[in-house]
Ligand binder design. Sequence first.
Ligand code: WTA
Length: 628
Amino acid sequence: MTEDEVKMGTTVYVPHSSCRDFRWMGDYEAVYRESVKDPEKFWENIASELEWDKKWDKVLEWDYPDSRWFSGAKLNITKNCLDRHVNSSKKNKVALIWKGDDGCERLYTYRQLHREVMRFANGLKNLGVRKGDRVCFYMPFVPEHIVAILACARIGAVHTIVYAGFGSESLHQRILDSQAKIVITADVSIRRGKRIDLKSLVDDAIVNAPSVERVVVFRRTQPEIELYAEMEIDYYDLIKDESNICEPEEMDAEDPLFILYTSGTTGKPKGILHTCGGYMVGTYYTCRYIFDIKDSDVYWCTADPGWITGHSYVVYGPLAAGATVMFSETTPDYPDLGVWWEIVEDFGVTIMYTAPTAIRMFMKYGEEWPNRYNLESLRILGSVGEPLNPEAFEWFYRVIGKGKLPIVDTWWQTETGMHMITTIPGDPMKPGFAGRPVPGIIADVVDKDGKSLEPGISGKLVIRSPWPSMMRGVWNDRSRYEKYWNDVPGCYTTGDMAVKDKDGYIMITGRSDDIIIMSGHNIGSAEVESALVENEAVAEAAVIGVPDSLKGNVIKAYVILKEGFEASEKLENELKYHVRMTLGPISMPSEIKFVQSLPKTRSGKIMRRVLRAVETGADPGDLSTIED
Ligand code: WTA
């Protein structure tokens, strides 16, 4: 495959013909046409497959840039994820299969999960949690995490999950912004056999966070850590006397379901708000249409619930679709590089959804590892988080998919809630291209005025009309919500750059702002910069992403030291450690360069794009505003 072919979208992989019956609603072109001809009818038909306590008065009320979906409708998302299946032949179907870092296994049927969720929901109620209250999670990837998420939704509490790889300062900021009443955590998370203390990070994070009333602690290790009884309670003590019946709170379709923080271009993270009805419809729809989840599937998404992928495609979407959901605490390389493929073989995984960075890591270690296992159960492969580069696509297709399976490279965002651009299983795939907009979504590549660009010309990726699972706001920050809709007239701006080909396939080429996508995680340059300047040695800092063959990008920081401080390896390590402790290991720069000055505009803004150009040898663009 030449680079030009990839660029023009002329290299096409057609999955094996047996994949062609992967259709729930019908062929892409026909479904897409219908969906844009009458979007409200399209979404209404999907919503009608789910259970509502009361149906909507109106499918969509669109008051740019605000949308209300299924207004007047009443529901509880957990009724669709649990009760609906418990009241069907799926009652004793396995809902969750979990494999721990140490190899242990746990299974929950829909009936068992339903009861555990209701029990924990009663426990939360007993702590005084009510509809609308915020509950913050800082949990390892264990079944108790999923139970507690669903328990919040059961009683109408708003969960805000913080990935356990963030540091205490990041957790503190999110607790403050969301005004969380309860924090749910564990003593430790376990990675590669090592225990990582979570509880003491929570202890630090709740200092000067007066909204927090109680901390629930899942204690996994012996001897049990001591709890401070006035404030802290053990996860299982909380529910030991609780009934396993808890009627679901009746929620309005537009009531908040959760807040999930994502990096912004300023130092402060943005609390992306999702609501109950539309989010349920969007995640259910895409699980059925993009993943083609069927009753017999064993579906495995490798994401952690701390990210939107975990929310939409570990918890809500697949459970609403009644799937058997595999999830695992294991890292792909521990105890050895075969562990993920062993899971596929052992549990007969049929659909596997993972990230390009994991695929590239496997590529590095060779085909022997996956080749030791029987991967014949697989029928659909998926990728998310960053562009799936053609080399990684080819490897995934050939080595894991044995040259037969469809790969769905799904482009979407925390803000979109659900898949927006992808290739439907069974349709021709173009390596390097995510694919076409999913039915119901009008995506386009445009110039700054919103004018559609010709194939082959790179521009801003936008969405032209509302969809049910779109974010409804940024918590406590109206203007940041409006910014998504102000940049290009009439459109939702994604912040990504893209290019279309002649068939309408879209290739994502990178971010247009100062967000770094590293191993599929969003990291805001400004957030890392402000952590650096907190250090007494640092006068100024600029942070950029530098292309990396494994992680997509790595973080590089340029630092100007204050008078009296000298550059040294020791200081570099100290600064890295400082970022690690405040923001967490995922935000740690891999390199720090000490410099005397930084490129700035005349108004004093650091021009990160100039640094990026210096780093990659690219054209720095317009330099007319540069001061020096
Ligand atoms: C990037 C993750 C290329 C993109 C679901 C987007 C992708 C950001 C893809 C959102 C993909 C996600 N191809 N880029 N298939 N999927 N991205 O909010 O830059 O964590 O804007 O949501 O990840 O990241 P977020």
